[in-house]
Design a protein around this ligand. Structure first.
Ligand code: DGI
Ligand code: FE
Ligand code: FE
Ligand code: FE
Length: 187
């Protein structure tokens, strides 16, 4: 499957603004691949499908988590955390994408995790720094992303974790595992 084919599958499932975000994530991930190395084809497909399940009804996302081999503890966290794991299941069921690296990049794009692969880092970061984002501090992360992927992922988590705390949100353990992973690389 090439990028254009992937995008034609994804587009009808997303709102216009979300589809535009998806295209910018692909472009950003490809740019990061050029800078830091990695498989551009996989970056394109993972980027194209990363938010594929974003607009599935919450009840459907919940059913997939219960039915498939996904962590049930997701259900006691915000439903925003469900679209990545469920998306990684749907791309295989609906489009035959079995590549484990691509599936993991989709699955963990919101939380991150311990020992993230190069592709997972790329999609996690591209989702955070794509040119349409304007989180406080994102410009600094964009700058560091040009030279140091690990440090940029760490900075994104150092922004996101306090942000979630300030909103009185629960934080999924994988988010902390990701933070500790990048902090270990930083030391
Ligand atoms: O799908 P996108 O909007 O492109 O971006 P995303 O999948 O990275 O993020 C969805 C939301 O999830 C975003 O507002 C940040 C939030 N988030 C990230 N990690 C956690 C989290 N929310 C909670 N409650 N807990 C987390 O660990
Ligand atoms: Fe997402
Ligand atoms: Fe994200
Ligand atoms: Fe996204």
């Amino acid at each position: 499957m090439d990028l254009n084919e992937a995008l034609t599958y994804v587009e009808p499932h997303l709102k216009k603004a979300r589809f535009d975000h998806t295209i910018r994530v692909v472009e950003t991930a490809v740019q990061l691949t050029g800078l830091h190395g990695g498989n551009q084809k996989k970056a394109e497909l993972a980027g194209a499908f990363h938010d594929y399940a974003k607009y599935r009804p919450t009840e459907e996302l919940k059913r997939w988590i219960l039915k498939e081999n996904l962590p049930k503890d997701l259900l006691s966290f915000h439903y925003e955390l469900w679209h990545g794991p469920v998306g990684s299941i749907l791309v295989e069921r609906e489009y035959g994408i079995t590549d484990a690296e691509i599936k993991f990049a989709i699955r963990y794009h919101t939380t991150g995790r311990d020992n993230m692969s190069q592709l997972e880092k790329m999609i996690f970061l591209a989702d955070y720094i794509e040119p349409g984002r304007n989180f406080p501090g994102v410009d600094k992360v964009r700058e560091v992303a040009q030279t140091n992927l690990n440090e940029a992922c760490l900075m994104a988590l150092q922004n996101t974790i306090p942000f979630l705390m300030s909103k009185n949100q629960r934080i999924y353990p994988d988010t902390f595992y990701a933070y500790n992973f990048f902090m270990k690389l930083h030391d």
